[in-house]
Write a protein that binds this ligand. Structure first.
Ligand code: SAM
Ligand code: SF4
Length: 325
């Protein structure tokens, strides 16, 4: 194993894989209510192709893989893919980002297949508001899914809350309290003006942090896994942690350790830049592991130093559901 690093000496050890562009919710900031053109199934990487990419990436130094989407649990037989990935030498951490709606159904089989942990996206604890944000009445299923993930040992379960001014920002204290009372791990994410979602006002991480001080001082906390963009804190004595992902108000790119595999088989060096390296074409033409390896290294070399959201440079090419966040 050689270890991958990009042109800015950042170690790259993490691959996020979008396994589907389909979803059973329609979050305001991610998708329009209708009119999304889904890719035909023939354009989406098959599990064997994903495995081939992951295997070559692991030989280069990727050790962590996260499955995302769209909603990864709507793709059939996801535990089968997890088993295939868990057999790859060098991959020691497999995780999943999900909206949680189907977690009760799949948690045990995901764990059994080799999944380590899950992040569940949850923006509100209020049923009516959940329906407004996701356009579906599924809060009960998500809360039950979180419980199922815990019971199955898919821990730590982290909750991702996209904070939108005037929509759910009055709930940040309720979420923060749960890190003390219930040991939840909560990450507050700034809404990004991205793809086909509605443009919603983000709340800067510093403002959220300020509001949280009414519950007590926050002390820095080391992340349980990887570095990546989140910065972690906890209240004194709390079992759970609080993370901030602040792409807009603070640059987090100096810590970036990731590549993304899109649903239709391109490698994307940066979420927030449209540059991509095609792998599907070469895979369909029977690319050798050496050829795949060269293309993965090409994508790593193309990672920009930082995104340019604050300068108004927005990625235009794809919806978030094809990229996986
Ligand atoms: N469907 C799964 C879910 O919701 O967790 C996985 C895919 S989703 C695209 C991955 C993450 O991206 C979620 O945590 C979601 O909240 C976040 N996300 C989607 N659109 C976003 C946006 N415009 N700004 C910030 N985060 C966004
Ligand atoms: Fe679906 Fe996740 Fe996008 Fe919400 S954020 S619409 S759950 S893919």
């Amino acid at each position: 194993m050689t270890g991958l690093s990009d042109s800015f000496q950042r170690p790259i050890n993490y691959l996020r894989i979008s396994v589907t562009d389909r979803c059973n919710l329609r979050c305001l900031y991610c998708m329009p209510p209708q009119g999304i053109t889904l890719l035909p199934r023939s354009e989406i990487l098959r599990y064997e192709e994903i495995q081939a990419v992951a295997q070559t990436a692991a030989a280069l130094g990727i050790t962590k893989v996260r499955l995302t989407g769209g909603e990864p649990l709507v793709r059939s037989e996801l535990p089968h893919l997890i088993r295939m990935l868990s057999e790859i030498e060098g991959i020691d951490d497999i995780s999943l980002t999900t909206n949680g709606v189907l977690l009760r159904r799949y948690a045990a089989s995901l764990k059994e297949a080799g999944l380590g942990r899950v992040n569940v996206s949850l923006d509100t604890l209020n049923r009516g508001r959940f329906q407004r944000i996701t356009r579906h009445d599924k809060l009960g299923d998500v809360l039950d899914g979180i419980e199922a993930a815990r019971e199955a040992g898919l821990e730590p379960v982290k909750l991702n809350m996209v904070v939108m001014r005037g929509m759910n920002d009055d709930e940040v204290l309720d979420f923060a309290r749960l890190t003390i009372e219930q040991g939840w791990h909560v990450r507050f994410i700034e809404t990004m003006p991205f793809g086909r979602g509605e443009r919603l006002d983000f709340v800067p991480a510093a403002e959220i942090k300020e509001r949280l001080l009414s519950l007590g001082p926050l002390e820095p906390s080391l992340p349980s896994h990887s570095n990546g963009p989140a910065r972690y804190f906890r209240f004194s004595g709390a079992k759970g942690t609080i993370g901030f992902i602040s792409p807009l108000s603070e640059h987090f790119c100096f810590n970036c350790n990731r590549l993304r595999l899109t649903v239709d088989g391109t490698l994307r060096p940066c979420l927030l830049s449209d540059e991509e390296v095609d792998l599907k074409g070469p895979l369909w033409k029977g690319a050798s592991p050496q050829e795949l390896s060269r293309l993965i290294q090409q994508a790593v070399a193309a990672k920009p130093e930082r995104h340019r959201l604050r300068e108004g440079v927005l990625p235009k090419g794809r919806a978030m559901c094809q990229l996986g966040g």
